[in-house]
Design a protein around this ligand. Structure first.
Ligand code: GLA
Ligand code: ZN
Length: 671
């Protein structure tokens, strides 16, 4: 359990009492109790109020609100409040203010607007965290620490430049080695001295010219920001060793090495803000990614909106039932908390149009409040039943932030190549069939899987190719695509033919890579019989098309057009006990769906139950119990066919044969 002091699904979210007169607080408490809220996250952005000047700290107001929460049976996800430094600090110590990628020194304002290598920021943020821990170490409300908030932005100031050189020295030892690892003889960039190395900002032209340097700068920034988090982590852990610590990740993004970050968290937490019209498979993939960061341990849904956002282009309301459905989707995929941003809607500044449990009207007679209270009642009734249960997937996708960054900053072969989109296409093929797939780092343990998909595995870090080969040797099924195995961790091409270290595994050699503009397409023409279509079945492909030769693999499909018509576009290679597939072009979704369905069948992977389209199924296991989540994302009724009697934990009803769910309906079936 994240913290056994509260052995039920944690339900609550961000609360900003310091934006309100204290008279309102008891009213908030009444409404929180009514909604079944058991946790509030605070004070996320209150550094200015907690430390109004350099030597003055004011905790009394925080004492009062924490005491009030405790009296009302509500716990605190206690934030260290260091995401937005006070104005006096920016004024007195300009090293706190960051420099952006265009070389502009930022002025005070907004949030997460600090230089991660600022000695001032490091000193005062850690000091505040320690003071909070000292003061509240024995407070009955303290449940978990929430360090900072949504870390992310990078800095290019002279302090960061100096620290970058220190970081590089530790990594490469000598300037000669650095020149070699970054291939600095290109365009005569040879460095003679560490001081020749400057951060890759737009001041030196296009900051993407030197991709090896750029990649390392991103890694260095992630490490620098992580050091800010780590400083606070260590400070609170020293004083409260038994209280778990986290920071909220702002989604699946490539600004930080999230895997490395997760290793420093006691529990992963993240903020989920899907767009109204986004495919549900993308949302599910993000949950799966967060779960994968800590090898399947339950994670926290730290934020979601009860109704709408303010920062999307179109901030649609969540339709009746959707907030509940998406909350259970998080739980279905491994969350042990359901938390909101935010509990009371602010009345000024940029989030006044962001949804909240308590709307501007101030009372509980609203649709949103009623839906929140209803969900609170249900979660309370579930007690600790689901906590710590695990998913058990036999398929996995390899997904890597470094690879994503490398693909993004590379010059050529296509501006339209989007690593995340490619991953989402393959994920969707599994999601649509309700075949669970973990999303994991290429350096994870692969031995428990039967099928592994690695779209655009462009970068192969040391050891990755060998792990994949071992997986296939042992009988695994592996699929990868065009633009894989091309570079090493420094973005230098592996010479001797693509896909480099994967060549023997795949039994192919790629000679050239064609890049097609959006209006140009090629055809995939099947050459085999079986479930995967008939001979001559056709699909569309484009974007990147590899021109490849077989070196032991078998062509399952060939290109239909252009000067490379007849060349293989889908190959299969036996390797050890297993099979390795290569998809040489960006294929239409129908092809990926058919391919993945065939491979799942081959690997013996099946959906838990048979369901209508638009129904999402997952299973969580605990001890000898099994919970099947049935989520109806359709705007109308839909059904799932059962293979025996199941009890719905939400209604207590026993179902057999067929269960029909209303629009946006949810069932959690035990059996
Ligand atoms: C982020 C932040 C919150 C809030 C929400 C609004 O997730 O962490 O403070 O600004 O966005 O959607
Ligand atoms: Zn800086």
């Amino acid at each position: 359990m994240i913290n056994s002091k509260l052995p039920s699904v944690w339900y609550g979210g961000d609360y900003n009492p310091d934006q309100w007169p204290e008279e309102i607080w008891p009213q908030d408490m009444r409404l929180f109790r009514k909604a079944g809220i058991n946790i509030v996250t605070l004070p996320v952005f209150s550094w200015a109020k907690l430390q109004p000047s350099e030597d003055v700290y004011t905790f009394e107001w925080l004492d009062r609100i924490l005491n009030l929460a405790a009296e009302n049976g509500i716990y605190a996800c206690l934030a260290t409040s260091t995401a937005a430094q006070p104005a006096w600090m920016s004024r007195k110590y300009p090293d706190v203010l960051p420099v952006d990628v265009d070389g502009r020194k930022r002025t005070h304002g907004s949030r997460v607007n600090f230089c991660p290598n600022s000695p001032t920021y490091r000193l005062y943020s850690v000091r505040l965290a320690a003071k909070l821990a000292e003061r509240y170490k024995d407070h009955p409300a303290l449940l978990i620490w929430h360090i900072g908030n949504e870390y992310g932005p990078h800095c290019y100031c002279s302090n960061c430049a100096a620290q970058f050189r220190v970081w590089l020295r530790a990594k490469y030892g000598t300037v000669e080695e650095l020149n070699r690892r970054w291939n600095m003889s290109f365009w005569g960039h040879t460095a003679y001295d560490w001081d020749d190395i400057v951060p890759p900002s737009n001041l030196s032209g296009d900051n993407r010219c030197f991709q090896s340097m750029m990649l390392d700068y991103k890694r260095f920034m992630s490490d620098s920001i992580l050091a800010c988090y780590q400083g606070e982590y260590d400070a609170v852990k020293r004083i409260t060793p038994d209280v778990p610590v986290t920071t909220n990740i702002w989604g699946l993004f490539n600004g930080l090495d999230l895997k490395k970050w997760a290793d420093r968290m006691d529990v992963v937490s993240w903020d989920s803000y899907p767009q109204m019209n986004e495919p549900m498979s993308n949302v599910a993939m993000r949950h799966d990614y967060m779960r994968g960061l800590k090898d399947g341990k339950p994670f926290m849904l730290m934020e979601q909106t009860p109704s709408q956002q303010n920062w999307q282009p179109y901030n649609s309301l969540k339709r009746p039932g959707v907030m509940r459905l998406w909350s259970y989707q998080a739980v279905a995929r491994g969350a042990d908390t359901v938390m909101f941003f935010q509990l009371r809607r602010s009345f000024g500044a940029c989030e006044k149009y962001h949804g909240a449990m308590i709307e501007h009207v101030g009372h509980e007679n609203t649709r949103v409040f009623r839906e929140c209270a209803e969900l609170g009642r249900e979660l309370k009734a579930l007690g600790d039943t689901l906590l710590d249960s695990r998913l058990d997937h036999q398929a996995a996708m390899l997904f890597d932030i470094d690879t994503w960054n490398a693909v993004e900053i590379t010059s050529g072969p296509s501006v339209d190549l989007d690593y995340l989109k490619q991953a989402q296409k393959y994920y969707k093929a599994f999601y649509d069939q309700n075949i669970g797939m973990d999303v994991i780092s290429p350096l994870s343990d692969l031995s428990s899987y039967k099928l592994i998909v690695a779209p655009v595995l462009y970068m192969l870090k040391p050891g990755v190719a060998e792990r994949i080969k071992e997986f296939v040797r042992q009988g695994g099924v592996f699929v990868t695509t065009f633009f894989s195995g091309i570079v090493n961790e420094n973005d230098l091409v592996t010479l001797g033919g693509y896909p480099g270290e994967l060549r023997d595994l795949l039994g192919i050699w790629v000679e050239e890579i064609d890049s097609l503009p959006p209006e140009m397409k090629n055809r995939i023409v099947m050459q085999v019989e079986g479930r995967f279509g008939r001979v001559q079945d056709e699909y569309e492909c484009g974007l990147l098309c590899d021109l490849l030769h077989l070196e032991g693999a078998k062509a399952l499909a060939v290109y239909g057009d252009d000067f490379y018509a007849g060349m293989p576009v889908l190959t299969e290679n036996g390797f050890g006990q297993g099979l390795a597939y290569y998809v040489a072009a960006d294929a239409e979704q129908r092809f990926i769906a058919d391919l993945c369905a065939t491979l799942c069948e081959r690997a013996g992977l099946r959906a838990p139950l048979d369901a209508d389209p638009g129904i999402e199924l997952t299973r969580r296991y605990k001890d000898d119990r099994r919970y099947t989540f049935v989520l109806n994302h359709n705007r109308g009724k839909a059904a799932v066919r059962l293979d025996g009697p199941y009890t719905d934990l939400l209604t207590g009803l026993v179902h057999e044969a067929v269960l029909e769910l209303d629009a946006y309906g949810v069932a959690i079936l035990e059996g």
